[in-house]
Design a protein around this ligand. Structure first.
Ligand code: NAD
Length: 422
């Protein structure tokens, strides 16, 4: 195969959390970048200089647009002529099974524009085998070319951690892989320009499994402390103090903390890609994942139960009680409320007849079906119970402690006689 020298023209398919951040960085290091997304509204917003991703500021976007080397588009025809294309589309679950239709659509579009010597990299999180068994045949069929012989193909999982002030797209080491040595070299060559450190692995399946291993590890450990928190509460032991004490061990322990449940695009989904794949290939369950799913999915209900018990102690039924939910995002200081426990908790309380108010300074609340408040001192004082779901730094915790009658704190952020920890 002949290659065309240093790749210059990059297409990033999907301009969401992962794809937009990558597009910005690729422009910064000198590539010509087409940011392709099928969502016309998103493209209009990007073209007008408005970012919808917290980690990409309007200033960064404006800078990229000003170079003339970043072109957001919803026209698939603009993907033509790429040297490197990166696929950053969603990989959700549908009825508990992987839904790879977005990846398939993206591969079909790229196949039409695939040229000899070009490189395609899948970054979306998925089960081992996707790049070779699903993406390669679509690219080959749509282009008439052969993977490896005519074009490079690889997988490189994204590890970005939205809202993390220390580790970002550039400083987080990046695992890279290819379907053969030349593909690995092409994928690595591209990401060596994007990130500080690349970590090559022997094949795409190893890279695919690496990402699922990382997220399953977190999922399982979070479920472990969540289950312990439920036991410890009943045993009258402070789980948070035990975790602090265990964290002083310099080796063999890693700190995980309990919470109201998991959310976002990764933990509630990715481990199920792995268990689905194990069951499909080997006919066996991945018991750790199934147990962790069960424990973590139950946490919002457990939080509601704790609130109901607390209200009961105050002589109040949950029906007609006013409950203020602080935080809808699944994670501190971020705007991502996808599959977040705050929504489930607020919804369950509303179903029980509570008068639910919600506050989240980060999340777009236009379509949230609850009363949205700032919250003011009056809102906090008027609530029969406050539940802290997401410990955004923007909340005024002193004010909450001073004015709330009762707070259920699921994050160990508050203290006082009116505060109960998860
Ligand atoms: N968000 C994170 O923190 C994170 C971290 C690591 C990995 N990931 C993984 O990265 C992938 C992307 O996640 P995300 O959070 O960026 O998703 P997202 O929903 O924020 O963005 C995906 C974008 O892809 C677009 N899209 C869907 N199908 C398309 C198609 N066929 N052509 C063009 N555009 C299309 C959507 O309109 C959307 O704008 C997922 O597999 C996710 O699991 C996400």
């Amino acid at each position: 195969m002949t290659t065309t020298g240093t790749p210059q023209r990059v297409v990033v398919v999907g301009q969401g959390y992962v794809g937009l951040a990558l597009a910005m960085r690729a422009v910064e290091v000198g590539f010509d970048v087409v940011g392709f997304d099928q969502d016309e509204d998103r493209i209009k917003r990007l073209s007008a200089g408005g970012s919808y991703i917290e980690d990409v500021s309007d200033a960064t976007l404006a800078g990229a647009l000003a170079t003339g080397r970043y072109r957001p588009t919803h026209d698939p025809g603009q993907c033509a002529g790429f040297d490197v294309a990166v696929i950053d589309v969603p990989t959700p679950l549908a009825d508990g099974n992987p839904n790879l239709s977005y990846v398939e659509d993206a591969a079909r579009i790229l196949a039409r524009h695939l040229r000899p010597g070009a490189t395609v990299v899948l970054e979306s999180t998925t089960y081992p085998g996707t790049t070779e068994e699903l993406v390669a045949p679509i690219l080959e069929e749509g282009s008439g070319l052969t993977a490896g012989a005519d074009f490079h193909l690889g997988y490189s999982p994204e590890r970005i951690d939205p809202g993390n002030p220390v580790w970002n797209l550039v400083t987080i080491p990046k695992v890279v892989s290819g379907i053969d040595d030349a593909s690995l070299a092409a994928v690595r060559g591209f990401f060596d320009r994007i990130v500080d450190q690349t970590v090559p692995v022997a094949g795409t399946k190893v890279a695919e499994l690496t990402k699922l291993l990382e997220n399953t590890f977190r999922h399982v450990n979070i479920s472990l402390v969540n289950e312990l928190a439920m036991f410890a509460g009943d045993l009258g032991i402070d789980i948070w103090e035990a975790i602090d004490a265990a964290s002083t061990k310099p080796f063999g322990f890693m700190r995980f903390t309990p919470g109201p449940g998991v959310g976002g695009h990764c933990l509630p989904i990715d481990p199920s890609y792995l268990s689905w794949s194990v069951r499909r290939s080997l006919g066996r369950p991945f018991r750790f994942v199934e147990l962790a799913n069960d424990v973590n999915a139950n946490m919002p209900d457990y939080v509601v139960q704790r609130l109901v018990r607390a209200l009961n102690r105050m002589g109040k039924p949950v029906r007609d009680s006013r409950v203020l939910v602080l935080g809808l995002a699944y994670k501190r200081n971020t705007a991502d409320a996808r599959t977040a426990p705050g929504m489930a908790i607020a919804g369950a309380l509303a179903d029980l007849g509570a008068e639910v108010q919600v506050a989240d300074p980060h999340v777009q609340t236009d379509h949230v079906p609850f009363v949205i408040v700032e919250p003011s001192t009056v809102d906090v004082a008027a609530a029969d119970a406050v539940v802290l779901v997401t410990d955004h730094d923007a909340f005024d915790y002193e004010m909450v402690c001073e004015h709330a009658r009762f707070v259920l704190d699921t994050r160990n952020r508050l203290s006082g006689p009116n505060v109960e920890l998860l």
